[in-house]
Structure formats: C-alpha cells, structure tokens
Design a protein around this ligand. Structure first.
Ligand SMILES: *[C@@H]1O[C@H](CO)[C@@H](O)[C@H](O)[C@H]1NC(C)=O
Ligand SMILES: *[C@@H]1O[C@H](CO)[C@@H](O)[C@H](O)[C@H]1NC(C)=O
Ligand SMILES: *[C@@H]1O[C@H](CO)[C@@H](O)[C@H](O)[C@H]1NC(C)=O
Ligand SMILES: *[C@@H]1O[C@H](CO)[C@@H](O)[C@H](O)[C@H]1NC(C)=O
Ligand SMILES: *[C@@H]1O[C@H](CO)[C@@H](O)[C@H](O)[C@H]1NC(C)=O
Ligand SMILES: CC(=O)N[C@H]1CO[C@H](CO)[C@@H](O)[C@@H]1O
Length: 405
C-alpha cells in the first residue's frame, strides 16, 4: 500500500515545473534598446467601461454589463484556449510558417523567448514531439545565431530562426524564435508539449529576440498591450484549461474590480506583497513575488518554508521530491491563507493551496533551490494564480488581480 501510494506520487510529482529564465539580471546588462510604441486605441478606455450606456436594452445594470462585456470583449478580442496538463502546465496552440505547422507551447510568464523543437533535433526527447521544419515553410528566414536559454529547470539550446507565427487567426510576421536542438530533461515528462512561449518583458529576452507579444502589438494585431489569464483547475478536463485573452481582460470572468499593483522592475512580472496571513496570524510581510504561469507551485524562501510547514503542522519527514505531503483528511481543518496585494486581501482556501494529485495531497508551498540570485523572492505559480483572474499590463507596468467568477 505504502509503495503504491509513493509510486502514484512519483508520477505526479515529476510533472512539477519551474520555468523561470534565470539569467534575467545578466541579460538585462546586455540588452539592446528596443522601442515599441504601445498605445491604447484612441478613445478607448479600460475595457470595464465599454459603452455601457450606449444600449437600448432595458434592464438592470448588472445584466447589461454582463451582456455587453460578453459581446464586446469575448467576441472581439483574440483568445487562446488553454489546455491543462494535470494542473501543472498550461499550453496553447500556435501555427508556424506558411504551411501552418501546429505546435503546442507552454505558457510561461517567467521568461520572454519563444522556443520550439526543431526538426533538426535528433535527440529522442525531440523526436517524441512535434517540431518546426523550416524547409516546409515559404516564409522562413534564416538567422542561425546560437541561442541558449537557462531556466531553473534546465537549459535549452538551439539557434534563432524567423517565420510567421499564427495565434487564433492573428498572423505575426517575421517572428524570431529559438529552433531548439537540445531540450532540457524536464521536457521528457512533458509529452505533447513542443515549446515555450515566454510572456515576460523584453528585458529578459535572450539574444534580444523581440517577444511574440511585442510583435502582436507593433504589427497592430492587438490594440492594447495587455493579456489576461484565467486558469481552470480541473485536471480531468485537460482541454478546458482556461483562457488567455489578448488585448484586454474580460469582466465576465471575475468578481468586482481588478486591483492593480505595479511591477517592481520590468523583466519578470514581479509585484510587492504586503502581508501573508494564515488564519489570523501574520506570517510574513513585505516581500516580492514573481507571478509565473510556467511554475506549478508556490516557491518560498528557505526561511519561510519551515514557518509555513510548522503552521500547517507538516513534519519535515513529509518531504518527498521537494514537496510536502499532507494527509488528505486534514485539509478541511486548515485555515484560509490571505495575501495582501495592492492594499486588498486575496484568499487562498485549503483546497487551493493543498493540491490533490490523484489521491495524494501535497502542499503547494515549496522551497525552490534553483533560484540563484533570487533567493529572497517568492514565485507565485499556478497554485497561487488559479483562484484569480489576472491581467498583465505592459503599458502601465502593473498586474490587475480579482477573484475568478
Ligand atoms: C450612464 O448614464 C447616466 C446618465 O447619463 C450616468 O449618470 C451614468 O453615470 C452612466 N453610467 C456609465 C457607466 O457610464
Ligand atoms: C475555444 O473554446 C471555445 C469554447 O469551447 C470554442 O467555441 C472556440 O472555438 C475555441 N477556440 C479555438 C481557437 O479553438
Ligand atoms: C538574429 O536574431 C537575433 C535575435 O532576434 C537578432 O538580434 C539578430 O539581429 C538577428 N541576426 C540576423 C543576422 O538577422
Ligand atoms: C471536471 O471535468 C470532468 C470531465 O469533463 C467533468 O465530468 C467534471 O464534472 C468536472 N469537474 C468539475 C468540478 O467541474
Ligand atoms: C489515478 O488513480 C487511479 C486509481 O488508483 C489510477 O487508475 C490512475 O491511473 C491514476 N492516474 C494517474 C494520472 O496517476
Ligand atoms: C452615453 C453615450 O456614450 N452616448 C452615446 C451613444 O452613442 C451615440 C451614437 O451612437 C452617441 O451620440 C452618444 O453620445
């Protein structure tokens, strides 16, 4: 019995991912200046105030608001449906080249490069997934510069290529991306994932490659430099992983208003957190956190993990593969966690911060040892993000956050 549960756990835990470009500081030093005009469309305010009054429909304002936003937001803005791999990895489908080669990329806000497996990669790990073949595309342009992207989980190597990349009908021309000829081992457990789409700031883009999202803006395929994310947490429904909305946010998907918090410095989506409270006890105050969809769990500094575990009554020996196991029958007796961001409290319920991997319960809080140079930072991965709707705003350099509806 013991063996069986450990085996199950092993399967689940190998899927944990921490995709965070680790050479951010270094690359910043060498970054090339790149100016992109990111302007809001004329006469266009925040999406929440879209022409609410301009309708002949009679009825109460709330209903109006909902039908308006459904129509104007969901229908008008490009959306990518996310797929969900065991609540650990969220992906979208992109088409590469003139012949639309479909590739599934992992959505990662902790890095800023687009990278896909190359058909020139002969490693077994590459052959077992789809890859980009420049020879089959009429819009391919050679570049060939060697590129190496270091993530906490491993290093990816290849060379730069340029081609058309299409997302939900939006065709980005001349997109530079890494054609990967050597994949990190972390990918061996990610069958069906062909690459990574980094949605961080250009400051952390390796080789200064202009990120896909920046080209969506500069090629006027999206008006407003904002994307928003809604993550679904139903692991048995992998095709319904949530939504990535480009060019705005969708008020129908969150409660109340978004609370905005400024990005501390462009690179990662890094925000200040005022307080972290378990039940009524303030455990930590004033720390910085990177919001990273490419990370599965919540990384906390080494001094914090002991405190959290003690409060959650998790014993040291409950550690397995760097995560902590909690008896599932104790989960309902745990307290809510409240995180104060932008002067507002956001609540994580025990069912949010304790993950159930097919019958094994695991705390979302872990110490991610690989964060060289970032050891005081927290990383808010999917386990943190999932209860909320998040808007990532490049123009005003801020994140908007609200509870999901
Ligand atoms: C709608 O119009 C009324 C009357 O002109 C105004 O008082 C109200 O603030 C408007 N509401 C919005 C959301 O613009
Ligand atoms: C995304 O999902 C919605 C609802 O299931 C569907 O109507 C739409 O066609 C999907 N979009 C794409 C690009 O697959
Ligand atoms: C190759 O790609 C890199 C990254 O986008 C770019 O900085 C460089 O100018 C390109 N070189 C050529 C020769 O196109
Ligand atoms: C999760 O997805 C499965 C498969 O689509 C569905 O049967 C189930 O009702 C979903 N669970 C919840 C809580 O939505
Ligand atoms: C989950 O557990 C069930 C029953 O023990 C097993 O049949 C199934 O393969 C497991 N799934 C995963 C993804 O581990
Ligand atoms: C309140 C408001 O925005 N009203 C506008 C609705 O649209 C008409 C034209 O369709 C404008 O004239 C109104 O000013």
């Amino acid at each position: 019995m013991q063996m069986q549960s450990l085996k199950k756990l092993g399967l689940a835990l190998t899927l944990l991912l921490l995709l965070l470009a680790i050479s951010a500081v270094e690359s910043k030093r060498w970054r090339k200046y790149h100016k992109i005009n990111m302007r809001r469309r004329k006469g266009h305010n925040a999406l929440g105030t879209l022409k609410l009054n301009n309708t002949s429909v009679q009825g109460n304002v709330n209903n109006l608001m909902i039908s308006e936003s459904k129509e104007t937001v969901s229908a008008a803005l490009p959306t990518a449906n996310l797929s969900n791999f065991y609540n650990n990895v969220y992906t979208v489908a992109l088409d590469f080249g003139s012949n639309g080669q479909p590739l599934t990329v992992l959505v990662d806000t902790g890095s800023a490069n687009l990278a896909v497996t190359s058909s020139q990669c002969k490693q077994q790990i590459c052959l077992q997934r789809n890859s980009y073949n420049s020879g089959k595309s009429k819009t391919y342009k050679q570049n060939g510069t060697a590129i190496q992207i270091d993530y906490v989980d491993g290093t990816l190597k290849g060379f730069v290529s340029r081609d058309t990349v299409e997302l939900d009908g939006l065709k980005v021309k001349n997109q530079d991306f890494a054609e990967v000829t050597s994949l990190p081992n972390a990918f061996s457990r990610l069958n069906g994932i062909d690459g990574i789409w980094g949605l961080g700031f250009i400051d952390i883009a390796i080789d200064g490659a202009v990120p896909l999202f920046y080209n969506l803006i500069s090629q006027k395929l999206i008006d407003i430099p904002i994307f928003s994310v809604y993550l679904n947490r139903n692991a048995s429904d992998p095709n319904n992983g949530g939504q990535l909305l480009l060019g705005g946010s969708d008020p129908i998907l969150y409660k109340g208003c978004l609370t905005y918090v400024p990005i501390l410095n462009t690179g990662y989506w890094q925000i200040p957190v005022a307080r972290f409270t378990l039940g009524t006890t303030i455990l930590f105050s004033k720390f910085d956190a990177i919001v990273d969809i490419g990370t599965s769990l919540i990384c906390v500094p080494s001094n914090a993990i002991g405190i959290i575990n003690q409060k959650l009554q998790i014993k040291e020996f409950a550690a397995k593969d760097g995560v902590y196991i909690v008896p599932c029958n104790k989960v309902s007796s745990l307290s809510d966690i409240t995180v104060n961001i932008g002067r507002k409290d956001f609540t994580l319920k025990p069912s949010d911060y304790i993950l159930n991997y097919n019958g094994t319960c695991v705390s979302a809080f872990t110490n991610c040892n690989g964060l060289q140079g970032l050891s005081n930072l927290w990383v808010f991965g999917d386990a943190f993000i999932a209860p909320f709707y998040l808007e990532f705003d490049f123009e005003y350099k801020r994140i908007g956050i609200a509870p999901k509806l």
